[in-house]
Design a protein around this ligand. Structure first.
Ligand code: PEP
Ligand code: MG
Length: 585
């Protein structure tokens, strides 16, 4: 048994077999193998090579049939290597000599060959280096689980253990089988963590090098409360966790009973709870949990889950589906928030040196007007089917907002010319995700219909802490007095100008921050659907006066630790059974 500690990012516990995912730059686990288990590793080598040969034979036949013998030659080279007995023998030799696992032996032999090819003067060898890496991946794929196919179609229920996952990999996962996530990299608001929460599965990130000590097929416990990955748990541990799961489920089902009740404080103030979604098919579950609409639809996931950029009609269909599923409840569509860790870097020849400060989000849209206009057209077309609002992410200055609005107007005119219907009165809002926008919120409030505070980014840009970097995760805090002060300013500016304001960062769905946000004046919170029942329970247990007291007291502290400790105590006092019941094993 081995216990690894990481950062808990999505609550719950899963006990199931692991599927270890190799990243594109495959980090292969190295494990020392006991002498009596070496044969098992030799068998794994043979099986993986045989499966890889079958793949290549299939591909060769397919390419030959479709494109003729010349392009198929490259697969002839691949097959020749895979069938070379000397190569396979070399791998077996490493297993025996170094007493290591099969995948590590494959990687070290193949990488050795690639290096020796690189050192040859003959350019033909150099050209073959990428083929050798390709073959390495192909063989490893049958040992570690494939990066793409493996995620798209898991054979049975599994916990995904990986060094890192791109948002696209997470988005393309087989959601029916995937039970938990344990990742070496990442922080609380990294996009992988957000998707895990959306799927309602336990997740732990920031496990450093845990993926190296897990094999596909090992039983693991992923504890999304305490941030633990337990590999090969002992019977005592299993028993303890099964008992905990039972308790957890009973709390969940008691919360489910609240779904149809309003989120109203004990002194009668209604708080609107809406959902953050990445895919329209999350909507039925969000409604079942008591969501009153969608406050943040992360449309970029449309681009992350398919091989090609979706065209206007595909986007329109997705938006229309969301509107129809909501059946009259409001839908806030955020325009494409691509860039940074989402989508674009992999397509660039030269990745940006600081992608989170680079061409992301509204900046990217304003540089690619064709893509932006297509996107806005699809949103506007969907706006005739129900109460749709549109909002722009990552606005940092007035020019960006005005430009974005101007393009929206252009698209409206185009639609009119084409005789296509849309809602002319569509509400237009912006996210407050950077300090410059928060500091200028009184000015921005004159030019939009609503604000949505995106604390995930607001925190990272205010505190200069990468939201996805586990090495600085301890510095990333929603409770930082500077963050609270910016949020307060934004709410005040919105109230003065009488525009709507909501919070759609992860903070809004975290129990300990709800009394604070409500006490600061928010009456609408948008969160991962999983969180709605417990947040509603809390709101129904407290008064506005109590929340205002909490907000005042929190503002008097000068360190995030004091703020957080105070907020935790206040929340525990309000709903001890939920606060403690969900976090203690
Ligand atoms: C945010 O930054 O708070 C937000 C909601 O947007 P995202 O998490 O998609 O960046
Ligand atoms: Mg954001």
């Amino acid at each position: 048994m081995e216990i690894k500690k990481g950062i808990p990012v999505s609550p719950g516990v899963a006990i199931c077999p692991a599927v270890v995912i190799s990243a594109d730059d495959v980090r292969v686990p190295r494990r020392v193998i006991a002498p009596d288990q070496l044969q098992q590793e030799h068998d794994r080598v043979e099986a993986a090579f045989e499966k890889a040969r079958e793949d290549v034979r299939d591909q060769l036949a397919h390419v030959e049939q479709q494109l003729g013998p010349e392009p198929a030659k490259i697969f002839g080279f691949h097959l020749g290597m895979l069938q070379d007995p000397a190569l396979v023998q070399q791998v077996h030799g490493v297993v025996d000599d170094d007493k290591v696992n099969a995948e590590f032996a494959v990687a070290s032999v193949m990488r050795g060959i690639a290096q020796s090819f690189l050192q040859q003067d003959n350019p033909l060898f150099k050209e073959r280096v990428s083929d050798v890496y390709d073959l390495e991946k192909r063989v490893l794929m049958h040992m570690l689980g494939d990066v793409k196919a493996g995620l798209g179609k898991l054979e049975s229920e599994a916990a995904i253990v990986a060094h890192d996952l791109t948002p696209s990999q997470t988005a393309s996962m087989d959601r029916s089988k995937f039970r938990a996530l344990a990742i070496d990299l990442g922080g609380r608001t990294s996009h992988t963590a957000i998707v895990a929460r959306a799927l309602g599965i336990p997740a732990v990130v920031g496990l450093e090098n845990a993926s190296e000590s897990v094999n596909t097929g090992d039983t693991v416990i992923v504890d999304g409360h305490r941030g633990l990955l337990i590999v090969d748990p002992d019977p005592h541990q299993l028993e303890e966790y099964y008992a905990y799961l039972e308790k957890f489920r009973s709390i969940e089902s008691s919360l489910d009973e609240l779904a149809t009740l309003p989120a109203v404080t004990t002194d009668g103030t209604q708080i609107e709870l809406v959902a953050n979604i990445e895919f329209p098919d999350e909507i039925p579950d969000a409604l079942a949990r008591g969501s009153e609409g969608v406050g943040l639809y992360r449309t970029e996931y449309l681009f992350l889950s398919t091989e090609h950029a979706p065209d206007e009609n595909e986007q329109y269909e997705a938006f229309r589906e969301a509107v129809e599923l909501l059946d009259g409840k409001p839908l806030t569509i955020r325009t494409l928030d691509l860039g940074a860790d989402k989508y674009t870097q992999a397509m660039l020849r030269e990745p940006e040196p600081n992608p989170f400060l680079g061409c992301r989000s509204i900046r990217l849209c304003l540089q690619d007007l064709a893509m932006f206009k297509t996107h806005l057209r699809a949103i506007l077309r969907a706006s005739v089917h129900g109460p749709v609002k549109v909002m722009f992410p990552l606005v940092t200055n007035m020019m960006e907002l005005r430009q974005a609005r101007m393009i929206l107007n252009d698209v409206m005119e185009d639609l009119e010319e084409d005789g296509i219907e849309y809602n002319r009165e569509i509400k237009v809002g912006m996210m407050i995700e950077v300090p410059s926008a928060a500091l200028m919120s009184n000015v921005f409030a004159q030019e939009v219909d609503f604000f949505s505070i995106g604390t995930n980014d607001l925190i990272q840009y205010t505190l200069a802490v990468d939201r996805g970097n586990e090495k600085v995760a301890n510095l990333y805090s929603s409770a930082h007095p500077a963050v609270l002060s910016l949020i307060k300013d934004v709410i005040r500016a919105a109230k003065r100008k009488k525009i709507d304001v909501t919070c759609c960062g992860e903070m809004a769905g975290e129990l300990e921050y709800v009394m604070l946000l409500v006490g600061m004046g928010l009456r609408k919170l948008s969160m991962t659907p999983q969180a709605i029942p417990e947040i509603k329970k809390l709101i129904r247990s407290v008064s506005i006066k109590q929340c205002e007291r909490v907000a005042r007291r929190a503002a008097s502290y000068d360190s995030e630790r004091q703020v957080l400790n105070y907020l935790r105590d206040a929340t525990r006092n309000a709903i001890p059974e939920v606060f403690d019941g969900r976090s203690v094993v």
